[in-house]
Write a protein that binds this ligand. Structure first.
Ligand code: 4AD
Ligand code: MG
Length: 462
């Protein structure tokens, strides 16, 4: 007999009451007594477990009564309606096949479930409630992201993972080589000679698909990327990973204000979709991970995000009656403590825009003041900067000048510069860090706990 999914049992309970079904899954808990017992079974299809009731009528009752956590079983039984119970139904077992009795050494037991410990069990932690919720939400959010862009006429572009183009700084890109690292590397003019390497030049793993995305935006108008992004920065924080997923839309005929409108609409769409499609998971996160999470997200849906110039953000920080570890500066970046203060002050997401040019990338549009660029970061509590974007410099001469000032080689990026010669337009784009979005939506406070197998400094287990 084919197994029925637990999700179906919950969503269409009425169709199954008093029918015989088969369910296959893994034991989450067993409560037993002399003549009967209860198994909480999870089959992966649904966040919730199904309760199996068994008694001595089973010919293998003794063995079922000794089932261990994570054992794999196949149950045949009758779906029975329950009154006033936590679950609207349960299954009265007629047959329980023990496909695999899990070893009693199974490491995830009730007494040790700290997130730190579970990181050492990355291959088993998806079986816990927390990670079942987080990774189900991750899947639903990814689909909603595609859905948002597809509904709104964006073309999905797969920008390259291997690249020679410097977008966010080559110092932060992983180098990619086929040169034999156990031998002295070929040299030319006192530097490594990459002409002997596979691509005939120095290559990297991408830290952003933006530059390639811009080329497609000039052909398709609106595009987005959604893919793995790698950065070699040695940042050991709760919000940085060396491998993360980024969504990078690029929009033609769109300035900074238009960009913020899109960012806000987009974020609300994803939050709404997850709230609607993952009610059980979100309820769990609200209860066990971050109290008040659902209210916070509902409030976001009804709010208009604050839009604040970087200069005004610094004013606000300087006026605050408190000591800073890092003094806020008009020419400087925002530290974590600053982001926290600003988002708590406004009690929601805040766009910080028009940043000092010297701390931002070369491709950003220079404002008429000559000092700031049309860049915008969206700041939220805990996850910090979840989106970073800008209007792009569409003027050829200004872009070349800025690249030279910032020490970016123009020659390898000739193709990017050509966009400014052949039909340049006012265009903008942003990057959303997918994991930081997930931290925001689930309330998880460490990026390592929203990535299936996190890659962070000194951590490449599994
Ligand atoms: O601000 P970033 O570096 O911007 C870009 O890469 C642009 N090319 C985007 C664009 O305009 N198309 O990165 C964008 C976002 C950040 O706001 C943050 O959410 C996330 O990517 N991010 C990281 N997430 C996790 N770990 C890291 N090390 C991250 N670095 C950036
Ligand atoms: Mg940024």
């Amino acid at each position: 007999m084919k197994s029925t999914s637990v999700k179906d049992l919950y969503r269409k309970t009425g169709d199954y009451i008093n029918n015989n079904v088969q369910v296959s899954g893994w034991v989450r808990t067993v409560r037993n007594s002399k003549n009967f017992g209860f198994i909480e079974l999870n089959d992966g299809s649904f966040f919730k477990n199904v309760q199996i009731v068994f008694d001595t009528s089973l010919d293998n009752f003794e063995n079922v009564n000794k089932l261990t956590i994570s054992s794999c079983i196949i149950v045949n039984g009758k779906v029975v309606k329950t009154e006033n119970a936590k679950q609207p139904f349960e299954i009265h077992a007629q047959k329980v096949e023990i496909f695999n009795l899990a070893d009693t050494s199974y490491p995830i037991q009730k007494k040790n479930t700290s997130f730190e410990f579970l990181r050492t069990q990355a291959h088993l932690r998806p079986r816990t409630n927390t990670f079942s919720a987080v990774f189900r939400i991750r899947s639903v959010a990814a689909f909603a992201i595609h859905e948002y862009f597809q509904k709104n006429g964006y073309v999905y572009v797969n920008t390259p993972i291997i690249t020679c183009a410097d977008c966010e700084g080559s110092a932060e890109m992983f180098k990619l080589t086929t040169l034999d690292l156990s031998k002295p590397l070929p040299q030319k003019d006192g530097k490594t000679d990459f002409s002997e390497d596979l691509f005939g030049k120095e290559a990297y793993i991408t830290g952003s698909g933006q530059l390639h995305g811009e080329t497609f935006a000039q052909a398709f108008g609106k595009i987005y990327t959604f893919g793995p992004t790698l950065r070699s920065e040695n940042s050991n924080t709760k919000t940085h990973a060396n491998e993360f997923w980024m969504i990078e839309p690029e929009i033609s005929f769109c300035d900074l204000d238009g960009l913020m409108d899109i960012e806000e609409d987009f974020l609300k769409y994803i939050v709404k979709a997850v709230l609607e499609r993952c009610p059980e998971e979100m309820e769990f996160c609200d209860k066990f991970i971050s109290n008040g999470l659902i209210d916070k997200l509902n409030k976001l849906l009804d709010s208009e995000f604050v839009r604040l110039d970087h200069k005004d953000a610094i004013d606000l920080l300087k006026k605050a009656d408190r000591k800073w570890e890092f003094e806020p500066e008009y020419g400087g970046d925002l530290a974590k403590e600053h982001e926290k203060y600003i988002t708590e002050y406004f009690n929601g997401p805040v766009f910080v825009k028009n940043w000092p040019k010297d701390i931002k990338s070369y491709y950003m549009k220079l404002n008429p003041d000559g000092k700031t660029v049309a860049a915008v970061d969206l700041e939220v509590p805990i996850a910090g900067e979840i989106m970073g974007g800008s209007q792009r410099e569409e003027d050829y001469d200004k872009l070349v000048k800025r690249m030279k000032e910032m020490g970016i080689a123009t020659e390898p990026l000739y193709w990017y510069l050509e966009l400014r010669k052949y039909g340049t337009d006012i265009h903008s784009g942003f990057g959303l860090g997918f994991e930081r979005l997930l931290m925001y939506i689930t309330g998880m406070e460490n990026i390592r706990d929203v990535i299936p197998y996190p890659r962070t400094p000194n951590n490449c287990e599994f």
